[in-house]
Design a protein around this ligand. Structure first.
Ligand code: OX2
Length: 757
């Protein structure tokens, strides 16, 4: 039965304002979702995560519910357009980077596979932040996404819990966002909030009074933690998230007949990184309150919980001073101390203790001891966890460690963002790949078909043209669609090495000054937010923005090289940028990027990877073969050995390699200063590289430049390049999050799919 948008708008579509039309379609989607119903079953997964970077919902939900074409046509028939509504929709700001986007892909796949599951998190009002560029620098403002009619996506359930903190209690409200599955029933995101929130505590930009917890608790994701109040606020946030989750989980299990001793038959919890760790002591506390012994409570909780590690960067594995917990959540501290005693009784190794000699509580250590599964997010990452970073734990619990290589949902990152490629694929192999991603492999049959290879190039050109038009119309940026689109888009971090790409671009410029020009114009796109308190990351953004001005000011060079740093890179922009990319830059220092998921999105959309043998790049290389990827740089073993020996001296590379030296010197040179460069920022960046370069940019510089030059030369053989594109798309099937989730379920959760559609 066709649903009419006019039934929801109450008036002809051509008379509606954009908001009326948006709300009309949104309510239509909400009804269709409710009619489909939700995956249910005896056992349910609670995927607890501080972030869900879900992206815009309208088109995604229409596609998943099978309503896209129909709604598009109804709008067109009335002279309106779905594309306009897509632009009108404001993107939810509930996540940060890969970790949050992964959680969003996972809830899509969970619903699609029919698995009973909720995502559980917090309803941040101002999200992470909105990035603005002024004077070649990043500044931040609140991302007030809830002002844009999203109350209708995020529905209040009228359900409340009480959460106790040291000295006061707060009442929560649970909100729900529907998660539509593709050709299946739906799932839910359940986000908790406080009614006492008061945005007036925000001062200028994103700073606010960090002491007024009732008023600020759910304002921002990752509030500035450069001071103690900011760090304690994170403890409050995390406890609020899991205290609500624990009450929800126990209530739902009991409602289904659990006597709590058998909780693991009713509930599985996946702890997404260390942020939700306190759910472990909180559940133990609640179970013991109900008369279950401490020892049995530990066993029950362990059978329920699994933990996912997303990084080996030490600073990301949270530790909280005991005093913070004492202040924010005093009721939890005795439980954590008992858990420490439990560990100390069994294991003497200092590394595995929960509370260390300085009274710091190691959250990951709680997760590892008291979960039944510990997983990394790509093969290499899991091996590094087992053999290096978490080796003492692996000795104790070899059976707990397992790998679950990340994935992406092909609905959003294929069908929705790349309609041109989707049509070509559907014409060629049918549309089963949308649900059974391995089907893409059938495209390999076409790898020697010149007509097909031409069609692939035509799709890419169309996407590049679309992105070029978007930049011109919405951002006032002009790029050349016949240039090579070389893209590095991901959060800004020194280990991801945007600075390496920048040094390369500077040396291309230096070559041009000497009269050596590229074969074809190149546009280098960066998209990256830096954490507000991460000084060097902001310096790198400043260097990129300033260098882009240097190029723009040079009429000869700017014909051949353009650097575009895209403001406020988010999911919606990624959806436009990725289908247009020729080159996918995945150039982290080997061993440091746990997986990466952008690498998978680019691959699916036919970009060719230029990458180190890090994270999931290793698996991409295995799948596509050496002809279809460009790898360079030190191996993870070499990097780990250097760290161990502490023998890396960046200055030696600088002294030895004149090309590198010239590029580094450029950072603080006259041209940068004449184009808005700030000597303080650029001086600090240059000093950092020369005195430390902790993420070893310099040793990989030469190999990176050579490999990139070879790649750009190969790009000129268009047919052979198109074959590489095809091989990337054809072998992307493994990276469907449907595969990842099926593996989690098989090995960790053991949920029964709800097949009753
Ligand atoms: C990210 C990792 O950096 C990235 O490599 C991975 O693909 C993603 O998580 C999803 O697993 N915060 N973000 C991450 O780790 C942490 C911690």
């Amino acid at each position: 039965m066709t649903r009419l948008i006019t039934d929801y708008t109450g008036k002809p579509l051509n008379e509606c304002t954009e908001l009326e039309l948006f709300n009309g379609v949104l309510n239509l989607v909400n009804d269709a979702e409710k009619e489909k119903g939700y995956n249910t079953g005896k056992k349910k997964l609670y995927y607890i995560s501080a972030e869900f970077l879900i992206g815009k919902l309208l088109s995604n939900n229409l596609i998943n519910l099978g309503l896209y074409q129909d709604v598009k046509k109804q709008l067109e028939d009335a002279g309106r357009s779905l594309a306009d509504l897509e632009e009108f929709e404001y993107e939810p700001s509930l996540g940060n980077g890969g970790l949050g986007r992964l959680a969003a892909c996972f809830v899509d796949s969970l619903a699609t596979l029919g698995l009973p599951a909720d995502g559980v998190g917090l309803a941040y009002h101002c999200g992470l932040f909105k990035q603005n560029f002024e004077n070649n620098k990043q500044s931040e403002t609140p991302d007030r996404w809830l002002q844009w009619g999203h109350e209708s996506w995020m529905r209040s359930t009228g359900k409340h819990y009480t959460v106790d903190f040291g000295g006061f209690s707060l009442t929560s409200t649970m909100y729900e966002i529907g998660v539509t599955g593709y050709g299946s029933k739906c799932g839910k995101l359940r986000l908790f909030d406080v009614d006492t929130l008061d945005e007036r505590v925000i001062r200028d930009q994103i700073s606010f009074d960090k002491k007024q917890i009732a008023k600020n608790l759910t304002l921002f994701l990752y509030p500035d933690d450069s001071d103690e109040d900011g760090r304690i606020l994170r403890v409050y946030q995390e406890y609020f998230m899991v205290a609500n989750a624990a009450q929800l989980i126990l209530e739902e299990a009991q409602a289904k007949g659990s006597n709590l001793h058998d909780l693991a038959d009713y509930a599985a919890i996946q702890i997404n990184d260390t942020h939700p760790t306190m759910v472990i002591p909180e559940l133990i506390r609640r179970l013991t309150q109900k008369g279950i012994s401490f020892e049995e409570s530990i066993e029950i909780v362990r059978a329920v919980c699994g933990y996912t590690n997303h990084t080996i960067l030490a600073e990301a594995l949270e530790t909280w001073p005991r005093a913070y917990l004492q202040k924010a959540v005093p009721q939890l501290l005795p439980v954590i101390e008992k858990l420490q005693a439990y560990v100390a009784e069994r294991y003497q190794e200092p590394f595995v203790q929960i509370i260390d000699g300085n009274d710091n509580v190691h959250m990951a250590n709680i997760d590892i001891h008291f979960s039944h599964s510990v997983n990394g997010v790509a093969k290499l990452h899991t091996e590094i966890l087992k053999n290096t970073e978490l080796a003492p734990f692996y000795q104790i619990y070899p059976e707990k460690f397992n790998n679950k290589t990340n994935g992406i949902t092909f609905r959003r990152w294929g069908v929705m963002c790349d309609p041109a490629l989707t049509s070509l694929i559907n014409e060629t192999i049918g549309n089963d790949w949308i649900r059974h991603a391995d089907d893409l492999k059938k495209l390999e049959d076409k790898k020697d078909d010149p007509d097909f290879l031409q069609k692939i190039l035509a799709v890419k050109q169309e996407n590049k043209q679309n992105f070029t038009d978007y930049l011109k119309n919405y951002r006032g940026i002009e790029v050349d669609p016949s240039s090579v689109f070389d893209v590095q888009s991901k959060r800004l971090h020194e280990y991801k090495r945007q600075q390496l790409n920048l040094l390369w671009a500077i040396s291309v410029y230096n070559d041009m000054v000497e009269g050596k020009f590229p074969t074809r114009p190149i546009t280098v796109f960066f998209g990256a937010k830096a954490a507000p308190a991460y000084i060097i990351a902001k310096d790198i953004i400043h260097a990129i923005l300033t260098f882009s001005k240097v190029l723009d000011a040079d009429p000869d060079a700017s014909k051949w090289l353009k650097v575009v740093m895209l403001e406020n890179y988010n999911v919606s922009l990624a959806e436009k940028l990725i289908p247009a990319a020729d080159i996918s830059e995945q150039i982290s220092l080997a061993s440091k990027e746990a997986s990466g998921t952008g690498n998978m999105k680019f691959m699916l959309n036919g970009a060719v990877t230029l990458g180190t043998m890090d994270g999931a790049n290793v698996e991409i290389a295995d799948l596509v073969g050496p002809d279809n990827i460009y790898t360079f740089g030190q191996s993870s073993d070499e990097v780990i050995a250097h760290y161990k020996k502490a023998d890396y001296v960046s200055r030696e590379y600088y002294e030895r390699d004149p090309k590198l030296r010239k590029a580094v010197d450029f950072l603080t040179g006259d041209l940068m200063m004449q184009n808005g460069g700030d000597p303080e920022n650029l001086g600090r960046l240059s000093h950092e590289l020369l005195s430390k370069d902790w993420f070893m940019t310099f040793p990989d510089f030469e190999d990176y430049c050579e490999t990139k030059a070879r790649m750009l030369a190969d790009y000129e053989d268009r047919e052979s390049w198109s074959r590489k594109m095809l091989m990337n798309t054809a072998n992307a099937g493994f990276f469907s999050s449907d595969r990842t989730i099926a593996q989690y379920n098989e090995d960790i959760w053991h949920l029964t799919p709800d097949t009753d559609k």
